[in-house]
Design a protein around this ligand. Sequence first.
Ligand code: ZN
Length: 139
Amino acid sequence: MKLSGGRSFLFRIKEGEEVVEYLTRFLERNDVRVGTITAIGTLRNPAIAYFERGMGDYRIVTIDGDYEVVSLTGNVSMKEGKPFAHLHVALGDRNGRLYGGHLVRGETLVMEVFVQELSGGYLERKPRMNGLSLWDAED
Ligand code: ZN
């Protein structure tokens, strides 16, 4: 799908917000339907997930404590009529070890976010047989 640049947003999320809920509300409030997200910061007690193909579901891992968000990257598209943020994260601990996966939730301590809206197309997630909601594949 060919898209072009829309609005750009650069902002900080205040301490204590649940990051996935906050970003979803931000997208709804600003009517961002397609785009990309990147962020860095610190999350408390984040939960990440790994998709187990055999189960057709996510295995969720909660890691207690404060973690550096080395990289948060994701995209925005529509799911069930609302903007949906698909987010992956790399989290660093105090010893420099890295955890990573699909971001389920986490409490913000610091979070600096860049959202790039993309316009010129409609992108929607639809349920697939393997338990994932995916876009139509490009031909
Ligand atoms: Zn994912």
